[in-house]
Design a protein around this ligand. Structure first.
Ligand SMILES: [Mn+2]
Length: 430
């Protein structure tokens, strides 16, 4: 390879995801509501456009899409036409596209009979195929891939990928669950070790919606994450991965932001908050800061109130949370341009505790605090608690390593708070 080349890897576009559960949009006027809904309905397509733009402006030599292009196996016509249009733009720019289907958009679903540009290759269901990528008649890379014939693929598809010895740079495109992670459906399960041993240069994966680089080099093993978040747990930037391969075949990764609407969580401590007025001001300053940090981008925000403070009891009263949302929502969204929508407000506060007084007066809480204090230091108490925890972690197997020092301290604090709440009598527990 005398000169290098580059390609873009994206996955889990989930085009045309349905937006359910936005009844709260009633709290803003019709034009504002329409502005928010329009941007939400458009955002997965906007992310696709951003991937196409990145291919063109970065002059990528090809694009690979590792499954879940569509949210539903019975793809909507609108989604297919938008995807077709994107592929046509890439055909005009002379960028070949390699598509593998995953569990969401498996081959068993309904598909419209559409013409696809010749630059696009859909990998066959249930069998690994390879395709060369040519530049000026010379093969610069070979792309291997497989699509899901049905939703549930329990077979290890990675084991079927065989690199041919004459492939210049071998890319494997696969929708799969590496390492048995329990947070994702265990489709096409495989281990990182077998991907490393496989002889491929780059594993272009899909399925895990977080961005995870399982290995930087030799080979690269990459989940680029979703290009566009679609719910409160998919926070932070949505991306595709630009891979630049140097003349010697060494790859370098750069993640490019592609999302149009970003999901964020904001945590506000009520520890020093005495009044509802103060709380409103704290919330506004948190939201203003977030909006400044993301100037020009629409935001879906989940607020969480935390900490022990005097407002705890009042925040538990019915109507308070709804009232705060009703007040704040119209302030941050308008009929045009970027919006900030408060998706929800979670209350995770606790009653204030005068620890010094408790230690002097109440026998049981004092004992609890003393035990917790002792367990924070190395010694018999800490060792004993760690021993009690050990069988739990053994049962969880390799997916949950035993807690380190910092994690143990966190567990200890959480247990202490919960036990205190229970001991102090909970007239306010609901
Ligand atoms: Mn997916």
């Amino acid at each position: 390879m005398e000169t290098g080349f580059s390609f873009i890897h994206a996955a889990d576009l989930h085009l045309d995801s349905p937006w359910r559960g936005f009844a709260d949009l009633e709290q803003v006027d019709g034009d504002t509501r329409e502005n928010i809904l329009r941007q939400l309905r458009e955002c997965t397509f906007a992310a696709l456009d951003n991937i196409v733009n990145a291919c063109v402006t970065r002059r990528a030599d090809f694009l690979v899409l590792a499954g879940d292009i569509y949210d539903l196996a019975d793809r909507g016509l609108r989604a297919q036409l938008r995807f077709q249009k994107a592929l046509e733009r890439l055909a005009e720019a002379d960028v070949p596209v390699f598509v593998a289907h995953g569990n969401h958009d498996h081959h068993g679903g309904q598909q419209a009979d559409l013409g696809w540009p010749a630059n696009t290759h859909y990998f066959a269901p249930g069998e690994v195929e390879s395709r060369p990528v040519l530049r000026r008649g010379r093969e610069i890379a070979r792309v291997y891939g497989i699509s899901y014939p049905r939703r549930e693929v329990k077979e290890n598809y990675a084991a079927r990928f065989k690199r041919e010895p004459d492939a210049p740079f071998a890319v494997a495109v696969l929708h799969c669950n590496v390492g048995g992670g329990a947070e994702h459906a265990d489709y096409a399960p495989c281990t990182l070790e077998e991907l490393i041993r496989s002889g491929f240069d780059y594993w272009a994966l899909g399925h895990v919606h977080r961005r995870v680089v399982l290995r930087e080099q030799g080979p690269c093993v990459v989940y680029p994450g979703v290009p566009q978040g679609r719910h409160p747990r998919e926070t932070g930037p949505g991306c595709c991965c630009l891979v630049r391969v140097g003349p010697g075949g060494e790859p370098g990764l750069e993640f490019l932001e592609t999302d149009a609407v970003r999901w964020e969580q904001v945590r506000v401590s009520v520890e020093d908050t005495a009044t509802e007025q103060q709380l409103l001001e704290q919330l506004r300053s948190g939201l203003d800061r977030l909006r400044r940090e993301h100037a020009g981008r629409s935001l879906m925000v989940r607020l969480e109130l935390a900490g022990r403070g005097p407002l705890h009891r009042r925040l538990r009263q019915p109507g308070i949370v709804a009232g705060l949302l009703e007040e704040l929502r119209p302030e941050y969204a308008g009929p045009a341009g970027p919006f900030l929508w408060l998706e929800s407000l979670r209350v995770a506060t606790a009653a204030p505790v005068d620890r010094a007084a408790l230690e002097r007066e109440a026998a049981l809480p004092a004992d609890l605090l003393a035990i917790a204090r002792e367990a924070r230091r190395p010694g018999v108490m800490r060792d004993r608690l760690l021993q009690y925890l050990a069988p739990l972690y053994e049962k969880a197997g390799r997916q949950l390593p035993p807690p380190g020092d910092a994690e143990f301290d966190e567990l200890l604090s959480a247990a202490e708070e919960t036990a205190l709440d229970l001991l102090l009598g909970e007239d306010e527990r609901r």
